[in-house]
Ligand binder design. Structure first.
Ligand code: ATP
Ligand code: MG
Ligand code: FE
Length: 351
C-alpha cells in the first residue's frame, strides 16, 4: 500500500510516504531553533509551527515521492503520546486530508512507529522481537509480538527518559538543546573510563524488582555533583571526559538490560528505536554485546531514529497490509496513549 504519514507529537512536523516497506519521501520541518533558547520545547510555539508547516510539508513529501494525494491508499497520523496541542494539529490535518480525499485514516502510536521505521531499512520484523525504545520522553523495553497490535511493555524508566538525561546533562555542561548530539560528539574526544558514574537499577536487589526498568535521574544528579565539586575547587571541568563517562553509564545500562530481557524471553532480535538510538556509542555497544550474546541487532539509520513522518507511514503501511481496521474520523489526539495501543480505532474511553 501507498501510505502518507503525518507526525507532530513534539517539535518536528514530519510527513513521510512509503510504498510497502519502501521509503519514497521523508519531509521534515522542525521548530527546534525556536525552542533552543528556552532549553526545551515550548508547546504553544510547537503547535503554531506545526500549523504553519503542515500544508507545505505535505506538498513537499508528495512532490519528492512523485505521487498525488489521490494515489495514496491511506493516511496515518501520530495520535499519541506527545504534546496535546502539537498532536491535535497533526490529527486534525490528517482528518482533513482523509475526508477531502476520501481516504481511510489510521491514528497510530508514536512509540510503535519509532520501532516500525526499522522495516524501511531492514524489512519485516521477526516475531517476537525485543524493542529498546529510547527517546526524549520514553525509555522502555518492549516485547513486540506483532507490530499490528501486540506490543507489551516489559519495563520502562521510573523517572527520567534517556534522552531527557542527555538534554539535562548537556545543559549543565553548557551545551545546546537538544543535548544528545553535542554530548555524542564531545564524548568521542573523551575518556569513557575517566569517571565511574552510577548505573541505575542494576544492583542485585534492584534487578529483582526492576529487572527491566531504568532510572536516569540519579545519574544526572551524580554528574551535576561531580561538576559542581570541580567548579567549587576552581578546577576546569574536563567536559569531554564527563560527557564520555556519562554516556558510557547510560549505554551500559540500556544494552545490558536489553540483552538480559532478550535472553530471558528467548528472543533473538533486538530493535533499537527513538532519538537516542541515533547515539554512536549506544549503536556500537549494542552491536558488540548482541554479537557476544548471539542476538541480532537492528537499528535504523540515525536520521530515522529521531522524529519523522516516515516512521508513521511505515507503521500505517504495516497496519494496512495486516488488514487492521482503520480509525474512525472521531478519534481524539491522546497525549498519554499507552504503548499497548498500537493504533486507535475509535473514540474509546480507557481506564
Ligand atoms: P518521545 O518519542 O518519547 O515522544 P521525542 O519524540 O521528543 O520523545 P525523539 O525525537 O525520539 O524524542 O528523540 C529526541 C531525543 O533524542 C532528545 O532527547 C535528544 O537529545 C536525543 N538524541 C538525539 N540524537 C542523539 C544522539 N546522537 N545521542 C543521544 N541522544 C540523542
Ligand atoms: Mg524533536
Ligand atoms: Fe519520538
Amino acid at each position: 500500500p501507498l501510505v502518507l504519514g503525518i507526525e507532530t507529537s513534539c517539535d518536528e512536523t514530519g510527513v513521510g510516504i512509503v510504498r510497502g516497506h519502501t521509503l519514497l519521501a521523508d519531509a521534515v520541518a522542525t521548530s527546534v531553533d525556536q525552542h533552543a533558547r528556552f532549553g526545551g520545547v515550548v508547546p504553544e510555539v510547537a503547535s503554531r509551527a506545526h500549523l504553519e508547516a503542515m500544508v507545505p510539508t505535505v506538498q513537499r513529501a508528495l512532490d519528492d515521492a512523485g505521487v498525488t494525494l489521490d494515489d495514496v491508499d491511506a493516511i496515518a497520523v501520530t495520535a499519541g503520546p506527545g504534546l496535546a496541542g502539537a498532536l491535535l494539529v497533526g490529527v486534525a490535518a490528517a482528518k482533513a486530508y482523509a475526508l477531502a480525499a476520501g481516504k481511510p485514516i489510521y491514528g497510530v502510536n508514536h512509540l510503535s512507529a519509532h520501532i516500525a521505521v526499522d522495516t524501511l531499512e531492514n524489512g519485516p520484523i521477526p516475531a517476537p522481537a525485543l524493542g529498546l525504545l529510547v527517546s526524549g520522553g520514553h525509555s522502555s523495553l518492549l516485547l513486540v509480538e506483532d507490530l499490528a497490535g501486540r506490543v507489551v511493555q516489559l519495563g520502562a524508566t521510573i523517572d527520567d527518559a534517556a534522552g531527557e538525561a542527555y538534554d539535562k546533562v548537556a545543559r549543565l555542561l553548557g551545551m545546546p538543546f537538544p543535548g544528545g548530539p553535542p554530548i555524542d560528539r564531545a564524548a568521542r574526544d573523551g575518556d569513557a573510563g575517566a569517571i565511574t558514574f552510577p548505573r541505575g537499577l542494576t544492583a542485585h536487589r534492584d534487578m529483582e524488582k526492576h529487572r527491566y526498568d531504568f532510572s536516569f535521574s540519579g545519574l544526572k544528579t551524580a554528574v551535576a555533583r561531580w561538576v559542581e565539586a570541580r567548579q567549587r575547587a576552581g578546577e576546569t571541568v574536563p567536559v569531554n571526559d564527563v560527557a564520555a563517562s556519562f554516556q558510557e553509564a547510560v549505554c551500559d545500562v540500556l544494552t545490558r538490560k536489553a540483552v538480559a530481557a532478550a535472553k530471558d524471553h528467548g528472543i533473538d532480535t533486538i530493535l533499537l528505536g527513538g532519538g537516542v538510538a541515533a547515539n554512536t556509542r549506544l549503536r556500537s555497544m549494542a552491536v558488540e554485546r548482541c554479537e557476544k550474546a548471539g542476538i541480532r541487532v537492528r537499528v535504523p539509520r540515525p536520521g530515522l531514529c529521531t522524529d519523522n513522518g516516515a516512521m508513521v507511514a511505515a507503521l500505517g503501511s504495516h497496519l494496512v497490509a495486516a488488514n487492521v481496521e482503520p480509525s474512525d474520523l472521531g478519534i481524539p489526539a491522546d497525549s498519554a496513549l499507552p504503548v499497548e495501543l498500537v493504533s486507535m480505532v475509535r473514540h474509546e474511553a480507557r481506564a
